[in-house]
Design a protein. Structure first.
Length: 389
């Protein structure tokens, strides 16, 4: 097989890149290790920055997003029972959009299928060959049959556990990592959300987040020890703990019901540099991870895709390599700011094992400053709605 851009990974990064390239007549093949149903079964991000909304519009995949997505003009932060609001629209002129990653991915799959895009599912043993030459190739197996793709470029969009990042030699790659001593236990339930906006809640018992997918589908998270397993938590125990971590007025509005998904995600900050090696370009979780507190994972994947798409489009239009040559540096400059913001939100709102009284007082002082200081709120809002790209 031959293509211009071989894309490893059929998650949101890979699909969005493939669809954007298609709008400029650039051919790609997407290789996905799982089935489409498996990818759509993963419940992940829920908050989209305007930058991603614009990219989905450019990709011709935003009709349902505009019909069903819920613009949020602000978010609530609760600290020890008191709630205050950060008004994104007043502070930045920009809202965020609540629309699930599952729906984004579903829309992208539909668009790729409608355009006759090639997506190969259930591929195994993907190996990227000759990424540091002018003729990269991808070797893989499908249904036990060995296959090869010759291409001009490889986009590594295969997530944190993929093969792309590890294709870059260890003496070229530099990795930065921070692990947090807790995870997030999340549930999805077919109940109406507790509020019309998200509530990030810092409490003595640990962090909790009230989020949603739509008016009838709620998403809630609570901070939990890394040793916990989802099966340790009955639905009743989850609701009880959530109720104790959110302010009373929110707890009064909490509608409970059976969970339709329950999972635990560890929290991690991670960046791998550079994001380009020869003709291999990393995008999204393949190159970096943020703790979910700032809602930045999918959104940073989107800005990577934007920079790479612009670089590749420029190359195919005029042979000019400036865009692809500057890719890693441009993408990383934005990534590190999202890393900082996600780390800050995480440190601000969680209880840390062994946290001293002094550390706790600092957290409270910082929350109090955010509650009462317009400049602090503006800085938070600008980061939350997404730095420009
Ligand atoms: P993905 O989604 O992991 O997709 C990678 C795809 O590559 C496939 N793959 C391979 N394919 C072929 N060969 C191989 N060797 C392969 N290895 C892997 C995988 O099967 C998969 O389909 O990465 P991508 O596309 O970069 O997208 C990144 C986002 O998924 C991620 O950053 C976000 O979900 C993070 N995230 C959030 N981001 C936000 O912007 N806002 C949020 O509100 C938000 N909330 C979250 C989140 C992530 C969470 N979890 C579970 C990690 C909430 C949670 C709980
Ligand atoms: C979600 O709805 O899944 C969600 C929202 C905001 C976050 C993280 C996750 O910061």
């Amino acid at each position: 097989m031959k293509t211009q851009v071989a894309i490893v990974g059929g998650g949101p990064s890979g699909l969005l890149l493939s669809q954007l390239l298609h709008t400029r007549g650039i051919d790609s093949i997407v290789l996905e290790r799982r089935t489409q149903a498996y990818v759509l079964g993963r419940i992940r991000a829920g908050v989209l920055e305007q930058g991603l909304v614009r990219l989905l519009e450019e990709a011709g995949c935003a009709d349902r997003l505009h019909a069903e997505g819920i613009p949020h003009d602000g978010t609530c932060i609760a600290s020890d029972g008191e709630i205050f609001r950060i008004d994104f629209r007043a502070l930045t002129g920009t809202p965020v959009m609540v629309y699930g990653q599952t729906e984004v991915t579903r829309d992208l799959y539909a668009a790729r299928e409608a355009a006759g895009g090639r997506i190969l599912y259930e591929v195994d043993d993907v190996t990227i060959l000759g990424a540091d030459t002018d003729r990269p190739e991808i070797a893989f197996t499908q249904n036990g049959e060995p296959q090869r793709i010759q291409c001009d470029f490889v986009a590594g969009c295969d997530g944190f556990h993929g093969v792309s990042r590890r294709t870059i030699p260890e003496d070229v790659r530099r990795e930065y990592e921070k692990l947090y001593p807790f995870g997030w236990l999340g549930i999805l339930s077919e109940t109406s959300p507790v509020d019309h906006e998200l509530i990030y809640s810092s409490s003595e018992r640990g962090f909790a987040l009230c989020s949603m997918r739509n008016a009838h589908l709620s998403r809630y998270y609570i901070q939990c020890p890394l040793t916990d397993k989802p099966e340790d938590w009955s639905d009743e125990a989850f609701w009880e703990e959530l109720r104790r971590r959110i302010p009373e007025e929110a707890a009064r509005n909490l509608v409970t019901g059976p969970s339709i998904e329950k999972s635990i995600a560890p929290l991690r900050s991670f960046v791998s540099e550079p994001m380009r090696w020869g003709r291999l370009f990393l995008c999204g979780d393949a190159a970096h991870i943020v703790p979910p507190t700032g809602a930045k994972g999918l959104n940073t994947a989107a800005s990577d895709v934007h920079y790479l798409f612009e670089g590749l489009a420029r190359y195919y239009r005029s042979g000019d390599t400036e865009g692809i040559d500057g890719y890693s540096e441009k993408a990383l400059a934005r990534i590190w700011k999202a890393e900082r913001f996600s780390w800050w939100m995480t440190a601000l709102l969680h209880r840390f094992p062994g946290q001293s009284d002094f550390d706790r007082r600092l957290q409270r002082a910082e929350l109090d400053f955010l509650r009462s200081n317009a400049s602090a709120q503006k800085a938070m809002a600008e980061n939350y709605v997404g730095l420009p790209y």
